[in-house]
Ligand binder design. Structure first.
Ligand code: KIV
Length: 271
């Protein structure tokens, strides 16, 4: 809150100040209005409308199938629930890799049709031209290095990236390039903690980790994972703050039983 009681919105500039002050940045995903409103009111700094919606919302095995129109639908729903957080939207697979003009059009559609504040893009030097073009239109870009799920068929697995020096060197160079181009932040996914710390210390922009250790400038988790809705997904980096799978299953079973036995609705639950 400001001194006048208005909400002080989180901006890319504010994230920069947080890095300089050594204040950690908290980021979570949301794909819909209700969840976004809850997370925003809890005081989150950044909400990511991740293309993980492809897995979590649509049940796909990878993030590749989600379309730009579908991301726009999710992002517009999220924005309606947010008053304070910075909202970043993933550019989906196929909307920016091939051609920088198409990349700019995709980013412009996201900004115009959703009211979001920034876009996120996976990759380093391979997408330099697209990043440059989007930034030149005044659209803030968050980078994403390390495990980049849109390239899962190139990697073959979701294991930790950049354990080998050659890949770590490329990641360091890509991180420096993204900062030099003008990205306001970078997500670093599933890399050794020592590398995460080194990259965060070498850059002026905030580095937000997921499975990148404690030495980075902030953390991001997929909300449904940290709530324990999908109880089969238990990677080492994930802390589950609730076991919602069990709680929700129990509530559904209780409801079914109450309906079947006639215990719901009671006399006080009818007109
Ligand atoms: O799509 C997503 O949820 C992400 C996070 C895992 C960083 O990119």
């Amino acid at each position: 809150m400001s001194t006048h009681g208005e909400i002080r919105k989180v901006t890319t500039h504010r994230l920069q100040e947080m890095k300089q002050a050594g204040e950690k940045i908290a980021m979570l995903t949301a794909y819909d209005f209700t969840m976004a409103r809850l997370i925003d009111k809890a005081g989150i700094d950044v909400i990511l409308v991740g293309d993980s919606a492809s897995n979590i919302m649509a049940g796909h095995e990878t993030t590749l199938p989600i379309t730009l129109d579908q991301m726009i639908y999710h992002a517009a729903s999220v924005i309606r629930g947010v008053q304070r957080a910075l909202v970043v939207v993933d550019l989906p697979f196929g909307s920016y890799q091939g051609n920088s003009k198409e990349a700019l059009n995709s980013a412009i559609r996201i900004m115009k049709e959703t009211g979001a504040h920034a876009v996120k893009m996976e990759g380093g030097s391979e997408i330099e031209e697209s990043v440059r073009r989007i930034l030149s239109a005044g659209i803030p870009v968050m980078g994403h290095l390390g495990l980049t799920p849109q390239s899962i068929y190139k990697f073959g697995t979701y294991t930790v990236r950049a354990r080998e020096e050659k890949e770590a060197a490329k990641l360091r160079a890509d991180a420096a390039l993204l900062e030099e181009l003008g990205c306001f932040s970078i997500v670093l996914e599933k890399v050794p903690a020592a590398l995460g710390r080194e990259v965060a210390q070498s850059l002026h922009i905030p580095v937000i980790g997921i499975g990148a250790g404690s030495g980075v400038d902030g953390q991001v988790l997929v909300t449904h994972d940290m709530l324990g809705i999908n109880h089969e997904f238990r990677p080492r980096f994930l802390r589950q703050y609730l076991q919602l799978h069990e709680l929700m299953t129990h509530a559904f079973q209780q409801y079914i039983q109450d309906v079947k036995t006639g215990q719901f609705p009671s006399t006080s639950e009818q007109y």
